[in-house]
Every structure is written in structure tokens, then in C-alpha cells.
Ligand binder design. Structure first.
Ligand SMILES: Cc1ncc(COP(=O)(O)O)c(C=O)c1O
Length: 429
């Protein structure tokens, strides 16, 4: 027997002896395992890979950067890749944003945004401490991010340690009125004490790939604006094309005060977070008093290799027809969704940008749904990496995925569902 690995993997119950697959290399939409299998990465390795694994332009940019400057303290120092990246990133971002604060992950980008929003009010002498968020939202696994996120199986154990956040009912189709009423009532009572509203624009990702409309997002933003509440757009998942536009905020014509980015920022090549802020927020910390600076850093903030990867990735957005690829994926998804809808075992089949999501009819829905491990294993055995969120199967592929790959992914879902039906019938007799 092989010696057990000392590695403690994320979101993994090691007690179930789940297979951990050694991957040797990756290219485009594929992972190649040590035992010679080729797996289609249909979820972009946790939603990070945009243009494809090991895109040659990003590989080359990182290689070149590695020989020049590996890492440098980012307080009191700067470097060309960071300067160029910040400039370029702002050309893609909503016009309201003018400053870039680098960090290492989605969670840190969220922590920074929350600290900037709360700090903004503290620095300007107004006691606004309340935070609004959406029921079902997910913003990461650090304590601030967990506090902003919905109370769920992800954070239950830590609930006593989370700070208070008011979660608005999710604006599901047909239920938007309830959300707007709840927001309106909250703001009338507490608007002047509310620091910020943090939201995943258009899609709650880890909450189950739940979509809501740009119209209701725009209306929520307007209500918040009327009460001076800062808007924090968490585009960690939705950013970089996932919803069919560069940022989901664009579809609601939104000008957020803070925007959190990570995952696709480097094309999924290296870890990096960025929090984009308005001039007003930057100015609230701009002072001759050192005690008023923004007290936040992580050691690798602004890492030159990550900056080089992100810069190369943004250049790919400029040079290659990335939006056309996304549009083609959307079209393929729509046709597949229409076919899936005919099956009786799915409900709520939905497509937005390059995301296709389907809920499987199930007696125990939710993240710990019993069917999840069965589906995951069945699809992986067919050479497709799909990691259902409980009974929700979704596809979120890198943009280099081919029409053939997509057909293989759709067929694989059909196959897994047929097998599930078969298993259920067997258990019923
Ligand atoms: C919307 C959103 N925000 C924040 C995060 C946290 O990002 P990270 O895992 O890089 O810390 C995630 C991760 O899935 C996310 O989907």
C-alpha cells in the first residue's frame, strides 16, 4: 500500500477515503493525470482558468518575469508589471473605480473591500457599522468573508465568531418584489447606520449558481445609493467574462464603490486578488497622519509573477476574440439546456454567459445532497471534471473549450443522470 499523503486537502472529507487524483500537466481545457487519463476541466478548476490551462502567452510572460524580479516588498516599492497591470485593469473596470489594491485571493480581496468600506465611514467620522448582503451569498472562507456570506454548512461551526450582517432574501425570479421591499424597509430604518451592501452580481456561485436579473440589481443599487450605502461588487467568480460581459456589473449599468477580483484575473495561472476602489474611498485614507493609512497587507501583495500573468491575460482579452468564444459557449449551452429541459429529472435549467446550471430533482437538496458524490465520481470516470454543488450540476468551462468538448460534457451529464435514475429504480425495488 502507498504511504498516506500528509496533505490536508480543501473541501475534502478524508474520512471517506475519496480518491485524490495526481495531475501531471494541463493544457487548454484538459488535465492529464499521472495514470494517463485526459480529463476535461469543465469547471475551469474552481472557476479560475479563463483562456485555458498553460496559455503560451501567460507561460512566456511568467517565465520572462521570473528571470528578472521574483518578489519585492510592496510598501515603499513598486515595479513595472504592477504599474502596468493597475493601469490596464482600470481600463476594463467601471469608470467609478480609480485605485487598485492588490492581495492574494478572492477572500483577501473581500476582506480588503470590507475593511475599506468600514474604514471609509470611520475615517470620515460617521458611525456606519451595519453591512447588508444577500441570502445564499458566498464571499470566501476567512472570517470577514464568512460573516458577509450566508450562514450555511460552510460556516456553521464558526457562527458565534462571525460579525452581524443583515441578509436580504435572494431575489429569485418572481420574488424580486420581496427583496426590494425588505431592502427598502431596512434602509428606511437603518440606512444612516449602514456602511455597505456586498453582493455577487447576477449569480450566487457557491450558493448554487442562482441567477437574478440586472434590473433587480440596478434597483437594489439605486435604493442603497439613495441612503449613501457603499456598493461592494464581489466579482471574484463573475469577473472576466463568466456572465457574458467582462464584469457582471456592466449588465446592470452599475458603478460600484468597491470591486473584488481574483480567480480569472491572472487567467487562473497564479494566485492574485485585487480590490478596486473609488477616488472618494482612497481619499478617506489619504492624510498626513500615519495613523490614518489603510492598515492591511499580505506578504505577497503585488507579486511580480502574478502581475505579469494578469497583464498577459488582459492582453489576451485585447488580442484574441475571447468574447466571441464566450458567445459560442452561450449558444451551445442554450441548445443543450433546451434538450435537458425535456428530461423529467431536472428543474430550473438556466444559462448565463458561459454558465449552464441544472438542479436535479432530489428529496434532500443542498450542498450535502447524497447524490453529489455519485454524480461526481460517475462523470469523472467518463473523463469530465464536474463538481456539482449538492444537487446542482453546472458547467463553467475555460473559453478555449471546443464544440466537441462541450458535447462530451453534455453527454456525460445525460449519462450520469441515466445512471442515477437506474440506481434509484434499483433501490426502489
Ligand atoms: C464570489 C466569491 N467571492 C469570494 C470567493 C473566495 O475566493 P478564494 O477562494 O480565492 O478565496 C469566492 C470563491 O469561490 C467566490 O465565489
Amino acid at each position: 500500500m502507498n504511504k498516506p499523503s500528509p496533505i490536508w486537502h480543501p473541501f475534502t472529507q478524508h474520512g471517506l477515503q475519496q480518491e485524490i487524483i495526481p495531475v501531471e500537466r494541463a493544457e487548454g481545457a484538459y488535465l492529464y493525470t499521472q495514470d494517463g487519463r485526459r480529463i476535461i476541466d469543465a469547471i475551469s478548476s474552481w472557476w479560475v482558468v479563463t483562456h485555458g490551462h498553460c496559455h503560451p502567452k501567460i507561460v512566456e510572460a511568467v517565465r520572462a518575469q521570473a528571470g528578472r524580479l521574483d518578489q519585492v516588498i510592496f510598501a515603499g516599492f513598486t515595479h513595472d508589471p504592477a504599474e502596468r497591470l493597475a493601469e490596464k485593469l482600470l481600463t476594463f473596470a467601471p469608470d467609478s473605480l480609480s485605485h487598485v489594491f492588490f492581495s492574494d485571493s478572492g477572500s483577501t480581496a473581500v476582506e480588503v473591500a470590507l475593511k475599506m468600506a468600514i474604514g471609509y465611514w470611520a475615517q470620515t467620522g460617521k458611525a456606519r457599522r451595519k453591512v447588508l448582503a444577500l441570502e445564499g451569498g458566498y464571499h470566501g472562507d476567512t472570517f470577514g468573508a464568512m460573516s458577509a456570506g450566508s450562514r450555511s454548512v460552510y460556516s456553521r461551526m464558526y457562527e458565534p465568531y462571525l460579525f452581524e450582517v443583515t441578509h436580504l432574501p435572494f431575489p429569485a425570479a418572481g420574488q424580486e418584489g420581496k427583496t426590494l421591499e425588505a431592502l427598502d424597509a431596512f434602509l428606511k430604518a437603518h440606512g444612516a447606520e449602514t456602511a455597505a451592501f456586498i453582493f455577487e452580481p447576477l449569480v450566487l456561485g457557491a450558493g448554487g449558481m442562482l441567477f437574478y436579473t440586472p434590473e433587480v440589481l440596478a434597483r437594489m443599487a439605486e435604493l442603497c445609493r439613495n441612503h449613501g450605502v457603499l456598493l461592494i461588487a464581489d466579482e471574484v467568480m463573475t469577473g472576466f467574462g463568466r456572465t457574458g460581459t467582462m464584469f457582471a456589473c456592466e449588465q446592470a449599468g452599475l458603478a460600484p464603490d468597491l470591486m473584488c477580483l481574483s480567480k480569472g484575473l491572472t487567467g487562473g495561472f497564479l494566485p492574485m486578488g485585487a480590490t478596486l476602489a473609488t477616488e472618494a474611498i482612497y481619499r478617506a485614507f489619504y492624510h498626513t497622519d500615519r495613523a490614518k493609512m489603510f492598515f492591511h497587507s499580505t506578504s505577497f501583495t503585488g507579486n511580480p509573477l502574478s502581475c505579469a500573468a494578469a497583464l498577459a491575460s488582459l492582453e489576451i482579452w485585447e488580442e484574441e476574440p475571447v468574447m466571441d468564444k464566450i458567445a459560442a459557449i452561450t449558444q451551445a449551452h442554450k441548445a443543450a439546456a433546451a434538450r435537458f429541459m425535456v428530461r423529467g429529472d431536472f428543474e430550473n435549467t438556466r444559462v448565463l454567459g458561459c454558465i449552464l446550471a441544472l438542479d436535479i430533482r432530489e428529496a434532500t437538496p443542498g450542498y450535502l445532497s447524497e447524490i453529489q458524490p455519485f454524480l461526481y465520481k460517475t462523470m469523472l470516470a467518463r473523463g469530465v471534471l464536474l463538481r456539482p454543488l449538492g444537487n446542482t450540476v453546472y458547467i463553467l468551462p475555460p473559453y478555449c473549450v471546443t464544440a466537441n468538448d462541450l458535447d462530451t460534457i453534455y453527454e456525460c451529464i445525460d449519462f450520469a443522470l441515466d445512471r442515477l435514475g437506474h440506481e434509484r429504480r434499483k433501490q426502489a425495488v
